[in-house]
Design a binder for this molecule. Structure first.
Ligand code: NAD
Length: 437
């Protein structure tokens, strides 16, 4: 099939790669000329494991191309994916301007039947909005061309995006015509995953409700962790015991520094604003947000309690990305912790395997180190913020030797307490007092 993917960010690039691998001809479109130049040369403007070689192969085979010219891309495509960003506005509502811009462009250039697919995360009713804008532009041109708008939300996780796109748990398709349904079935016939077909409005809600549910699990276990901390219980043991129950499951029950990234915070906020508009009180989700906002503050309070004060103390911050295997720092917990540490009077030396200058640009006061060992040298304490695999494999004894003091704050609960104690650290984990004693 001939496909245009509008928006070549984390989702658009991965979607282009996985559709290309499935044998479709794909053209990726973006307004960012620099991104398109890089992509056309086979260089990924983001860090996403495994995607770059696939893009290079498809470019070489001539089945994938990139352009800033949406009109040309529309002419050669029957299926148009909209994969542009929908970041939060200051009131929490998703900013639909990029989606609307694309809809207007489609209306300007559409010349034959197309299936237009919303892959961006968009509020309930957006498929109708997109349809209306396309019709409005067509009317201006005095044309009336048949088309369908389908909702096909994306569920990939950064860091394992290609894997998720190749083998998703499910593909959700919201469509309102038989013709669009058949096109979507054909589009995904090579992907081994259940195809759940429903209405566009239902599909739009499935995406928000899924992300909000996962965020709720995280805030739930973080609240339990704070109680565990007070009651000398180990939350990691509690989560393991809970997760063995099939009704609960083990996933998203890792207590830590709170959820971040480009999706959970924005989608929980977006769902709350949908509730406001519909006059439905979203009280659980408001608490989920509140708990999440409080978590980094609570963590820094714990650091102050353990260390007496942070004034004049040197903290090595390990990990800046919002999670391992990505360069994405949108809503990253590190960005909340850094100002709290600086306000408390600490100096911060940070290291991340992939992210570097982006955070230093935001907080010029911090120092960047070339690796974890250099970051920890002469530090009073270490704060492990992102659980990159390389941090699990460090020579912790060596690190301890080079430090001024021996505080270790494991904000992801990924280090072994006996091993860290043996290396000479005073270990603190999120809700793990039960294990330390
Ligand atoms: P992103 O910010 O990485 O990429 C968006 C791209 O769209 C940018 O390259 C931007 O230049 C481009 N763009 C903006 N306006 C455009 C226009 N008019 N024409 C062409 N290109 C345009 O965003 P992302 O992380 O890929 O997310 C895209 C959507 O997918 C969002 O709605 C997001 O919520 C959703 N989503 C993201 C993830 C994720 O993990 N990143 C997962 C699932 C769903």
């Amino acid at each position: 099939m001939k496909i245009a993917v509008i928006g070549t960010g984390y989702v658009g690039i991965t979607t282009s790669a996985s559709l290309g691998e499935s044998g479709h001809r794909v053209v990726g479109v973006d307004i960012d000329q620099e991104k398109i130049n890089q992509l056309s040369k086979g260089i990924l403007p983001i860090y996403e494991p495994g995607v770059e070689p696939v893009i290079q192969e498809l470019l070489a085979a001539g089945t994938l191309s990139f352009t800033t010219n949406i009109g040309e891309a529309l002419q050669v495509s029957d299926i148009i994916f909209i994969a542009v960003g929908t970041p939060s506005l200051s009131n929490g509502e998703p900013n639909l301007q990029y989606v609307k811009d694309v809809a207007l462009e489609i209306g300007k250039y559409i010349d034959s039947y197309k299936v237009i697919i919303d892959k961006s995360t968009v509020p309930v009713g957006t498929a109708d909005l997109v349809k209306g804008l396309i019709v409005q532009e067509m009317r201006k041109r005095g044309v009336d061309i048949d088309f369908d708008v389908v909702s096909n939300p994306e569920f990939l996780q950064e860091g394992k995006a290609l894997q998720d796109a190749r083998k998703p748990d499910r593909i959700v398709v919201g469509c309102s015509s038989e013709r669009a349904k058949e096109t979507m079935q054909k589009l995904y016939e090579n992907v081994n995953a259940p195809l759940f077909i429903t209405t566009p409005r239902n599909a739009e809600m499935i995406k928000y409700a899924s992300n909000a549910f996962l965020a709720t699990k995280i805030s739930f276990i973080n609240e339990i962790a704070r109680l565990c901390d007070q009651l000398a219980v180990d939350v990691t043991e509690v989560a393991k015991g809970m997760g063995l129950d099939k009704r609960i499951g083990p996933h998203f029950l890792q207590a830590g520094v709170g959820y971040g990234g480009s999706c959970f915070p924005k989608d929980v906020a977006g769902l709350c604003t949908m509730g406001n508009h519909a006059q439905v009180e979203m009280s659980i989700l408001k608490d989920v947000q509140e708990i999440n906002n409080r978590q980094p503050k609570w963590l820094v309070e714990q650091m102050v309690m353990q260390m007496g004060t942070l004034q004049g103390k040197s903290i090595a911050l390990l990990g800046l990305a919002f999670k391992p295997q990505t360069d994405d720092i949108r809503e990253a917990p590190s960005l909340k912790l850094i100002p709290l540490l600086l306000q408390a009077g600490a100096t911060v030396t940070a290291y991340d395997p992939i992210v570097n200058t982006k955070v230093k640009d935001l907080y010029p006061e911090i120092h960047l180190a070339k690796d974890a060992y250099a970051a920890a040298k002469q530090a009073d304490g270490i704060l492990l913020c992102t659980e990159w695999k390389e941090f699990l494999e460090l020579n912790w004894k060596l690190i301890r030797k080079e430090m001024k003091d021996n505080h270790l704050f494991d904000a992801r609960n990924v280090l072994s307490i006996p091993e860290m104690e043996e290396a000479g650290f005073r270990y603190w984990g999120v809700g793990r007092k039960g294990s330390v004693q």
